[in-house]
Write a protein that binds this ligand. Structure first.
Ligand code: NAD
Ligand code: MG
Length: 397
């Protein structure tokens, strides 16, 4: 029986994880669930999965959850505050930690799991984007196992030679005959929208992804393709490669989840439904396989498979993130922070869709060459870049 902690259990990835675990009660036990503020959703999950612990960042919400669980006769112990998440991620009984918090808020609890040598299933790409080398060094130092959940990185991982899967963060991909990692993306809801309409696009248009159902932040990031930019940086660290080793390809059908090109001309791809329960089941069972609730692909129903290059005028945020990846750690920390502020402001209808790029570009320009090494320096630059983005919004939007 492997014991699982889900950080961010009430979100899209958290719910998908529970849906996979539900099918395998003989193999996995839910040890702890955590959420920011969604008391009702966490209550229902606790009643169904009976975890030993539940934690909420918001103390009032935690208090309320505690009362409701007691009334229902539940034995789940409720903890409160951001520190409680780190404590649960590090719990001596935890085997697997699913890192599914959205944004920079996931960094410290995910690092806590890494520092305690857990098997970390990484959905929270922002944690790796903001701390890259430090994160990977800690994985190696503490002998943690890091498995990618992001469908593209999970696909690439599945297409790697088995020997490289064991140590993909420190070996060179070239020494295994790999010439390129091909990161696919659907192009989001605005793949064919007239560019002249971009300034007027609304949050509800932007969250309506054609193929995937996801949380609000990653849905907006998919519309701007900043998501692919963050994934570019994520791939650079997960697979120990350089920006020139990674290429982004638009594949609107979202059936090929990414590919690995070898020097002999072979290209290996992983295909599947656009459903996160496949990569989640893969990572939970790795190196074995287990069933998931996802329906099999039907090649009789499938029609075109198309591929194009992302247009720079349509997806300036993608190219900004690639530039940040080339600059280095300070740049990626800063652009991640600016983007979180910009996306939140867009969702609150305080700025236009096209302002997201202006904010990110302005912060990148200011902090591209910042040097950050320690966790303290990273967290400080994250805060400084957030202030920079907020100030830009006040002055220019
Ligand atoms: P979501 O918004 O649906 O859920 C986020 C979860 O994090 C919720 O449980 C929420 O309570 C918790 N949370 C939010 N703010 C928090 C805070 N400050 N402190 C602690 N917990 C907090 O997000 P999601 O779509 O499930 O995405 C989660 C992560 O997975 C993101 O990093 C995203 O990029 C990545 N991801 C998601 C998908 C997807 O299909 N949804 C695919 C690939 C990668
Ligand atoms: Mg992805």
């Amino acid at each position: 029986m492997r014991k699982v902690v889900i950080l961010g259990s009430t979100g899209s990835i958290g719910v998908s994880t529970l849906s996979v675990l539900e099918q395998h009660p003989e193999q996995y036990q839910v040890l702890a669930l955590t959420a920011a503020t969604q008391t009702e959703a966490l209550l229902q999950q606790c009643l169904q999965f009976k975890p030993r612990y539940a934690a909420m960042v918001d103390t009032k919400a935690a208090q309320q959850l505690k009362q409701l669980l007691q009334q229902a006769g539940s034995k789940t112990e409720v903890l409160a505050g951001a520190e409680a998440l780190c404590q649960l991620a590090a719990d001596s009984e935890a085997d697997i930690v699913m890192a599914a918090i959205v944004g920079a808020a996931g960094l410290l609890p995910t690092l806590a799991a890494v520092e305690h040598g857990k098997t970390v299933l990484l959905a929270n790409k922002e944690a790796l984007v903001m701390s890259g080398e430090l994160f990977i060094n800690k994985v190696q130092q503490h002998k943690a196992t890091l498995l990618p959940i992001d469908s593209e990185h999970n696909a690439i991982f599945q297409c790697l030679p088995a020997a490289l899967q064991q140590q993909s963060h420190n070996q060179s991909i070239a020494s295994y005959g790999i010439s390129k990692l091909l990161l696919t993306g659907s192009g989001g809801p605005f793949l064919t929208t007239n560019l002249a309409e971009f300034a007027q696009l609304t949050p509800s248009q932007a969250v309506a992804h054609p193929n995937w159902s996801m949380g609000a932040k990653i849905s907006i990031d998919s519309a701007t393709m900043m998501n692919k930019g963050l994934e570019f940086i994520e791939a650079r660290w997960l697979f120990n490669c350089q920006p020139d080793d990674i290429e982004v390809v638009i594949h609107p059908q979202s059936i090929i989840h990414s590919m690995v090109q070898y020097t002999d001309g072979s290209v290996l791809a992983q295909l599947g439904q656009p459903d996160m329960r496949t990569p989640i089941a893969h990572a939970l069972a790795f190196p074995n396989r287990m069933s998931s609730p996802v329906s099999p692909l039907s090649f009789k129903q499938m029609r075109d498979f198309t591929f194009t290059e992302p247009e720079p005028e349509r997806y300036p945020n993608l190219y900004l993130a690639i530039a940040a990846c080339k600059y280095g750690q300070g740049a990626t920390t800063a652009i991640n922070a600016a983007n979180e502020v910009a996306v939140a402001a867009f969702l609150q209808q305080k700025i236009r869709f096209t302002d997201i790029h202006r904010i990110n570009a302005s912060c990148l320009e200011q902090y591209a060459l910042s040097k950050v090494c320690t966790l303290e320096e990273i967290l400080q630059l994250d805060q400084v870049a957030r202030h920079c983005a907020e100030q830009y919004i006040k002055d220019n939007c």
